[in-house]
Design a protein around this ligand. Structure first.
Ligand code: 26Q
Length: 808
C-alpha cells in the first residue's frame, strides 16, 4: 500500500492552511494545524470512499446498514492517520514545522455522540466493517451537542454543554444534494382510485434531513465506508407559500422543529424516558435513512423487489425500531407493493441487537404520542400488531402469551416486541446475555421462533484500544509474535502465552506498565492537580454511573479498608490507588448521590495522615473516550462488579484485559467468556452467579439480616449514615441498601456480595505482592484477549446474520 511521504504531507498541509485558513505554516495555530491535518486525511478518504462505492455498485454487493442513535467516536486524527499509514508522515511534518504533534492531536475534541457502551460499540464496529472490506454505512444524528461535559464542583456533578462542532466538524462533509424530507403529524386521507386504495398524509410538518458524512478508513485496505450523520434543517427560513395562504403557524412550526431535533443527545444510558422530542429524533433519523437506502437501491436495481437480497439493516437496540413500519410505508404507499410482499421484504431486511435486560430501559412509547406525531406509521403498526397477535394466538391459544408478546398493549407500543415480530434475527451481546434473552426476557418468542435467536459477543477495536494507545506494549507484542500480524489476526496474540516462563519478558511487561502509570500520573497532575503514586496499585472502575454497576460496592470496600486503617494506623499495607470515572444521567438522583459519596470519601482519605502512601481515592472528572485511552494502558486492576445477570456484556472489561489489567469481577456479561479462556487462576471472581441471584430473590433477600449479623457491613453502613469529614451524610444510600426503593429490597444486592468482594480484593492484593506471578497473569490476559477483537464480532455478524462475505 502506498504511504504518504513526509514531504507530500508538508506540501498538503501548507496548501490547506493557505486555502482554508488564509495563513502560512508560521502563522498557524495548533487548532488550525489540527484542522488542516484532518482535512488532508479527509480528502484521501473521500476519494477512496468514491472508489469503494463504485466497486460495491458494480459488483451488486449486499450492503450492511448499521443504524444507531449513538456513535461514540472519540478522536479520529490519530486513528485515521494510523489506518492510512500516514502517522509517521504527519508526526514528522508537524515536528518539522515546529509543532509538538501530541499537542496538535490534543486539540481535537472527542466526538461524543453517544452515552457509553452501546455508542462506543457502534464506533468500534465501523472500524472493523471497513477493515474487513464489508460494504457498510453507519447512520445516526449529527447532534449539535454531544454527551455533556462533567465538572465536579464541591464533590457533585455539574453538567456543561458539549459544543464539539467548530473544532470537531473537520471530518464532516455536508451532502446537501442528498437531502431527504421527513414528515410529522397531519391527517390521513384514504381514497379508491383505479381499483386501489390510496393513503395520503396531509397537513404534515416537514423537516429536511441533510447528510453530513464522515468517512471511515479501514486498516491495511483501501476500503472506506461512510458514517452518515443527519442534520435537521427547516425547508425554508419561512415558507412563503404557506405564509401567504395564512398558514404561517405551520410554517414557523417547521422552523421550530428543525431547530431542536438535532440539538442534543439524550444523556440517559440504560434508561428509557417517553419524551416526545426523543421520538421525533428517532423517526427523523429512521425516515431519512430508509429513504436514502431505498433511493440508492432503486438507482442501482430499478426495483424494490430484491431489496432484502441486497440490503441488511442492523439496528442497535430498539432505538431505530421505527425502521420496520417506515420501510413498510415506503414499500406500500410509495412503491405500491401489497402488504405480504412488503412484509416479506421487511422481515428479511432488518435484524435487531438487544443491549439490556433492565426493565426500565425497555422502550414503550405511548400510543397517543405515536398516533399524533406519526399517523401513517401508527396505522401500519396497528396492522403489524394485529397480524402478530393472530400468529401468537394460533401458536399458543393462551391470552397471557398474547398480552406478554403484544406489539401494542395497554396504550403503549412495545418496541422490543415490534423488533422481534419484524426482524429476521435477534441477538444478545454476550453468551450469558443471549441465554437470558432465550430463557427469560423473550422466552415466549423464542419458543415460537427459536431460529430467530442468536448470539454475537461484543468486541472492541483492538487497533485503537491496544496498538494505538499503548505503543510500548504494541512494540513488545510485535517483537514476540514476529511482526504486525496481530493487527489483522488478533488471535496471533495467543503466541504470547509461550513467554509465561520467560523472566526477562515478564520484567519488560512490568516496565511498560510502570511507564504508562507514570504517564497517567503526569496527566492527572496536569488536569486535576492530584498527585498519584505510581508505586501503588492502580485499581480502576470507569463506566457510566448506574446502581446495577455497583460503584457503591467498590466505595463500601474502600470504607472498610479505611476503617481497618483507623483501628490500626501502622497496619502494613500495599499502597492502593482507587480511580473512578463515571457520568450520571442528569436526572438520576441516586447515581449523583453515589458520585458525591465517592468524592466525600476521597477528600476525607486525602486529608487523613494515616492514609498517606497507603490509600488514595480519586474521582476523575469527565470520563470519556480520550480519557479511557490514557487510563487503559496504565490500568492494573479492572473492576467489573455488576450484579450477575444485569450487565449485558460490558466492553470496558475487554479494554482492560487487552492492556494487561487483571479483573476483579462477577460472572456477568462477557466476564463469563473472559473466565472461559482465563480460568479461575487468571482473574479474581467473586459473588453470586446469575441463578443464585434469582434464587435469593425468590427466597426473599434480607439485607437487614446481613447488616445485623456482619459487623463489617454494619460499620461501613453506619459510616455512610453518619457521613464524612465534609459533613455530608448519606442516610438515603444507607436506607436504600437496607430497604431498597420501598417496593422491593435492594434490587442489586450489594450486601449479599460484600464479604465475597472483600475477599476477592484481598486475594488480588496478596497476588500483587508476587510480581512474577502477577506479570504472568497479566501476560495471559493479553494473550487470550484476541477473541474480544471487534473483527471477530463483525465476522460473527457476517456468518450468523448478514450473510455477506468478508476479508479473511
Ligand atoms: C432509550 C430511550 C430513550 C432515551 C434513552 C434510551 C437509551 C439510551 C442509551 C437506552 C439505552 C442506552 C444505552 C444502553 C447501553 O449502553 N447498553 C450497554 O451496551 C453495551 C454494548 O452492547 C454493553 O456492553 C453493556 O453491557 C450495556 O449496558
Amino acid at each position: 500500500m502506498e504511504t504518504i511521504t513526509k514531504a507530500e504531507m508538508k506540501k498538503a498541509l501548507s496548501d490547506k492552511l493557505r486555502l482554508n485558513f488564509g495563513c502560512t505554516v508560521e502563522e498557524a495555530t495548533e487548532a488550525n494545524m489540527m484542522k488542516a491535518c484532518a482535512m488532508v486525511l479527509r480528502d484521501v478518504m473521500a476519494s477512496r470512499a468514491i472508489d469503494t462505492r463504485k466497486v460495491t455498485k458494480k459488483g451488486e454487493k449486499r450492503q450492511v446498514h448499521y443504524m444507531s442513535l449513538e456513535f461514540l467516536m472519540g478522536r479520529s486524527l490519530m486513528k485515521n492517520a494510523y489506518n492510512l499509514d500516514a502517522l509517521d508522515a504527519i508526526k514528522g511534518a508537524l515536528e518539522d514545522f515546529g509543532f509538538k504533534s501530541a499537542d496538535v492531536f490534543e486539540m481535537e475534541p472527542d466526538a461524543g455522540l453517544g452515552n457509553g457502551g452501546l455508542g462506543r460499540l457502534a464506533a468500534c464496529y465501523l472500524d472493523s466493517l471497513s477493515t474487513l472490506e464489508i460494504p457498510a454505512t453507519g447512520y445516526s444524528i449529527c447532534y449539535e451537542l454531544g454527551i455533556f461535559k462533567q465538572k465536579i464542583v464541591d464533590g457533585q456533578q455539574v453538567e456543561l454543554p458539549d459544543d464539539w462542532m467548530g473544532m470537531g466538524d473537520a471530518w464532516l462533509v455536508p451532502k446537501p444534494e442528498e437531502v431527504e424530507e421527513v414528515h410529522f403529524g397531519g391527517t390521513i386521507r384514504e381514497f379508491w382510485d383505479d381499483g386501489h386504495l390510496h393513503v395520503v398524509n396531509e397537513g404534515y410538518t416537514r423537516v429536511l434531513a441533510v447528510p453530513c458524512d464522515m468517512e471511515i478508513a479501514g486498516y491495511d485496505t483501501k476500503h472506506t465506508n461512510t458514517l452518515r450523520l443527519w442534520d435537521a434543517k427547516s425547508p425554508k427560513p419561512i415558507d412563503m407559500d404557506l405564509f401567504r395562504r395564512g398558514n404561517y403557524l405551520q410554517a414557523s412550526e417547521e422552523a421550530a422543529m428543525a431547530e431542536v431535533i438535532a440539538k442534543v443527545l439524550y444523556p440517559e444510558d440504560n434508561h428509557y424516558e417517553g419524551k416526545s422530542l426523543r421520538l421525533k429524533q428517532q423517526y427523523f433519523f429512521v425516515s431519512a435513512t430508509v429513504q436514502s437506502i431505498v433511493r440508492k437501491h432503486i438507482q442501482t436495481y430499478g426495483t424494490l423487489k430484491n431489496f432484502h437480497e441486497k440490503n441488511v439493516i442492523q439496528i442497535n437496540d430498539t432505538h431505530p425500531a421505527l425502521v420496520i413500519p417506515e420501510l413498510m410505508r415506503i414499500l406500500i404507499d410509495d412503491a405500491g407493493l401489497d402488504w405480504d410482499t412488503a412484509w416479506n421484504i421487511t422481515v428479511h431486511s432488518v435484524a435487531y441487537t438487544n443491549h439490556t435486560v433492565l426493565a426500565e430501559a425497555l422502550e414503550r412509547w405511548p400510543q397517543n404520542l405515536v398516533e399524533s406525531l406519526l399517523p401513517r406509521i401508527w396505522q401500519i403498526l396497528t396492522e403489524i400488531a394485529r397480524r402478530w397477535q393472530a400468529k401468537v394466538e394460533n401458536f399458543y391459544h393462551d391470552e397471557n402469551k398474547v398480552r406478554e408478546m403484544a406489539v401494542i398493549w395497554d396504550g403503549e407500543v412495545r418496541m422490543a416486541n415490534l423488533c422481534i415480530a419484524g426482524g429476521m434475527k435477534v441477538n444478545g451481546v454476550s453468551a450469558l446475555h443471549s441465554q437470558i434473552l432465550k430463557d427469560d426476557v423473550f422466552h415466549s418468542a423464542y419458543v415460537m421462533e427459536p431460529e430467530k435467536f442468536t448470539n454475537v459477543t461484543n468486541g472492541i477495536d483492538h487497533r485503537r484500544w491496544l496498538s494505538e494507545i499503548n505503543p510500548g506494549l504494541d512494540a513488545l507484542i510485535c517483537e514476540l509474535t514476529g511482526g504486525k500480524d496481530y493487527l489483522t489476526k488478533p488471535n496471533t496474540l495467543e503466541k504470547l502465552d509461550e513467554f509465561a516462563g520467560d523472566a526477562a519478558v515478564l520484567e519488560r511487561l512490568e516496565k511498560i506498565k510502570r511507564a504508562n502509570k507514570e504517564a497517567l500520573a503526569k496527566y492527572v497532575k496536569r488536569e486535576q492537580g492530584v498527585i498519584l503514586n505510581p508505586d501503588s496499585i492502580f485499581d480502576i472502575q470507569v463506566k457510566r454511573l448506574h446502581e446495577y454497576k455497583r460503584q457503591l460496592l467498590n466505595a463500601m470496600h474502600i470504607i472498610y479498608l479505611y476503617q481497618q486503617l483507623q483501628d490500626n494506623p501502622n497496619m502494613e499495607m500495599r499502597p492502593h490507588t482507587f480511580l473512578f470515572g463515571a457520568k450520571a444521567a442528569p436526572g438520576y438522583a441516586v447515581a449523583k448521590r453515589i458520585i458525591h459519596l465517592i468524592n466525600s470519601l476521597a477528600s476525607q482519605i486525602a486529608k487523613d495522615p494515616i492514609c498517606k502512601d497507603k490509600l488514595q481515592v480519586v474521582f476523575l472528572e469527565n470520563y470519556r473516550v480520550s480519557l479511557a485511552e490514557r487510563l487503559m494502558p496504565a490500568s492494573e486492576v479492572s473492576q467489573q462488579i455488576s450484579t450477575a445477570g444485569k450487565e449485558a456484556s460490558g466492553t470496558g472489561n475487554m479494554k482492560f484485559m487487552m492492556n494487561g489489567a487483571l479483573t476483579v469481577g462477577t460472572l456477568d456479561g462477557a466476564n463469563v467468556e473472559m473466565h472461559e479462556v482465563l480460568g479461575d487462576e487468571n482473574m479474581f471472581l467473586f459473588g453470586l452467579k446469575t441463578n443464585e441471584v434469582q434464587e435469593m430473590r425468590r427466597n426473599g433477600y434480607n439485607p437487614y439480616r446481613l447488616y445485623t449479623r456482619d459487623p463489617a457491613i454494619h460499620r461501613v453502613l453506619d459510616q455512610m449514615n453518619n457521613g464524612f469529614g465534609d459533613g455530608v451524610r448519606y442516610e438515603d444510600l444507607h436506607e436504600r441498601l437496607l430497604f431498597g426503593n420501598g417496593s422491593s429490597p435492594d434490587e442489586y444486592m450489594l450486601l449479599a456480595d460484600f464479604a465475597s468482594y472483600c475477599e476477592a480484593e484481598r486475594r488480588m492484593v496478596d497476588t500483587y505482592a508476587d510480581r512474577k506471578k502477577w506479570n504472568e497473569m497479566s501476560l495471559h490476559n493479553i494473550a487470550r484477549s484476541g477473541i474480544f477483537a471487534a473483527d471477530r464480532s463483525i465476522a460473527d455478524y457476517c456468518d450468523r446474520i448478514w450473510h455477506v462475505p468478508y476479508k479473511k
